[in-house]
Write a protein that binds this ligand. Structure first.
Ligand code: ATP
Ligand code: MG
Length: 138
C-alpha cells in the first residue's frame, strides 16, 4: 500500500475554471499536498508521460489534448493514496463516473476528463519524479 500518488488537473478543467474547486475536493478528501506546480507539457513531454498508451488509437489525440494548455501537477499524500484517489476521481469516462466524483462534476468527455491519477504505486513514483525534484517535495 502506497501513501503517495500523482495528479494532474488537465487542460479542460483549467480552461473551465475548475482548478480551485478540484483542489478543494482533494484537500477535503484528506490528501496532503507534498508538491504542486502549474506548467505546460510540450507534445514531446506529454507523449513521454503517456508512453504506455503509445500503441492505442487515441494516443495522438491524448498527447495533443494534454499539451493544449496549462495544467497543475501535484504529488498527494494519504494512506492508500493511489486507490483512494482513483475512487475520488471516478471512472475514466465521466458518463460512467459515480455521483460526487471529480470527473462526474467537472469532466467534459472521455478524452477530456479533468484529472489524472496514478494507477499504481510504481507509476506514482515514476510520475512524481517526472514533474518534481527532491527540493520541490515537502
Ligand atoms: P489517466 O491516466 O489520465 O488518469 P485513466 O487511468 O482513467 O486516465 P487510461 O486508460 O490511463 O485512463 O487512459 C488515459 C487517458 O486516455 C484517459 O484519461 C482518457 O482521457 C484517454 N482515453 C482512454 N481511453 C480512451 C478512448 N477509448 N478514447 C479516447 N480517449 C481515451
Ligand atoms: Mg491511467
Amino acid at each position: 500500500m502506497s501513501n503517495r500518488t500523482l495528479t494532474m488537473i488537465k487542460p479542460d478543467a483549467m480552461k473551465n475554471g475548475f482548478s480551485g474547486a478540484i483542489l478543494d475536493m482533494i484537500i477535503n478528501a484528506g490528501f496532503r499536498i507534498v508538491a504542486l506546480k502549474q506548467t505546460k507539457l510540450s507534445t514531446e513531454k506529454a507523449g513521454e508521460f503517456y508512453a504506455v498508451h503509445k500503441e492505442r488509437p487515441f494516443y495522438g489525440e491524448l498527447v495533443d489534448f494534454m499539451s493544449s494548455g496549462v495544467i497543475i501537477a501535484a504529488i498527494l499524500e494519504k494512506e492508500n493514496a493511489v486507490a483512494d484517489f482513483r475512487t475520488l476521481i471516478g471512472a475514466t469516462n465521466p458518463a460512467n463516473a459515480d455521483e460526487g466524483t471529480i470527473r462526474k462534476k467537472y469532466a467534459t468527455s472521455l478524452g477530456e476528463n479533468a484529472v489524472h491519477g496514478s494507477d499504481s504505486d510504481e507509476n506514482a513514483k515514476i510520475e512524481g519524479d517526472f514533474f518534481f525534484s527532491a527540493l520541490e517535495k515537502f
